[in-house]
Design a protein around this ligand. Structure first.
Ligand SMILES: Nc1ncnc2c1ncn2[C@@H]1O[C@H](COP(=O)(O)OP(=O)(O)OP(=O)(O)O)[C@@H](O)[C@H]1O
Length: 296
């Protein structure tokens, strides 16, 4: 019999996760799965559950929660030969990975997507010894993103991040960054380095418009020291997808990137606080299969 594991975070999605579990379970039972439900209680639980799912050769893992739960779930795939298919019921504020894969953001519709026969093979990123699905940010703007409050997230959604980012740009605090990518080097002061795997970053679906989920590339942006008068144009570029053409932005794609600094600099990984610099990034091309909606 086919095996499925549901991994759900009861605290995500304004604590609405529990009410969706039974419909997910029913849909999977209808499809002939034997279903195990795992409820997270703390950090890393989702990773440990997913490791078990891999070791037990499960066919499917469904993550019910926000980007934090998804990030922890996919980290269970690290170094595993058997990786179950992934289903996603997005309950977070931003849900970048679901946006990039056109998985509906309304939980009820996302649950229906689990009946789809279409799967998309997707790249994962590797940062030191962890995986990521969406984006790594380093620099003072990344630090400020980790301080976005849950209250602001509920009230403002993705704009909560833009608000913090603009506040940081106005103070124009840059760190000296040393960035090596595919044999090239960039050195300079920057308030933000971003490496994106998908087109959706922080809820802005046009930030990296060229990033395909299976192109095997990190789409990287270095924002150079911005002055106050540039803040507005940079924010508009973020919204309308021309960030890479902004005169104070360096854009490149690479398979391997390392970022270090002479100063202590924090990172943000898939929306959660990450390790401090230095970091090594690489792509793991077409590493997992995700259930996505049928084509129209
Ligand atoms: N039972 C629990 N109670 C509180 N926190 C939990 C629990 N289980 C897991 N967590 C932690 O909650 C964190 C945030 O979860 P997640 O991002 O999925 O939800 P969210 O905050 O609603 O989403 P978003 O950040 O997109 O708004 C996870 O990284 C995880 O470590």
């Amino acid at each position: 019999m086919k095996q499925a594991m549901i991994i759900m975070n009861p605290s995500s999605g304004k604590e609405n996760a529990l009410k969706h579990v039974s419909s997910v379970k029913d849909i999977l039972l209808d499809q002939g799965y034997e279903v195990t439900v795992k409820e997270t209680e703390k950090e890393r639980d989702a990773t440990n559950f997913c490791v078990t799912a891999c070791e037990q050769s499960c066919d499917l893992v469904v993550s019910i929660g926000g980007d934090g739960t998804l990030h922890e779930t996919i980290n269970g795939f690290i170094d595993q030969d058997h990786r179950p298919k992934l289903g996603i019921v997005p309950l977070g504020t931003v849900n970048d990975f679901a946006r990039a894969l056109q998985i509906p953001l309304q939980p009820e519709k996302a649950i229906q997507t689990l009946t789809s026969s279409r799967v998309q093979t997707v790249d994962m990123g590797r940062l030191n010894d962890q995986l990521f699905v969406n984006v790594v940010a380093a620099g003072s703007i990344a630090e400020s993103l980790s301080s976005v409050t849950s209250e602001d997230k509920s009230k403002l959604g993705a704009f909560a991040y833009l608000k913090e980012g603009i506040k940081e740009l106005m103070s124009s605090h840059a760190h000296p960054l040393h960035i090596r990518y595919d044999g090239q080097t960039w050195e300079g002061e920057s308030p933000l380095f971003l490496a994106a795997l998908t087109n959706s970053v922080g809820g802005f679906e046009k930030l990296a418009p060229d990033a395909a989920v299976d192109d095997g590339l990190l789409h990287c942006f270095i924002i150079k020291d911005l002055h106050l008068f540039n803040t507005l144009t940079a924010s508009l570029s973020l919204l309308f997808g021309s960030l890479k053409n902004h005169k104070d932005v360096i854009y490149f794609t690479a398979k391997h990137v390392s970022v270090s600094s002479a100063e202590a600099v924090r990172t943000n990984v898939d929306g959660e606080e990450g390790p401090p610099l230095p970091i090594n990034l690489s792509t793991m091309p077409r590493h997992i299969e995700v259930i996505v909606p049928e084509e129209d």
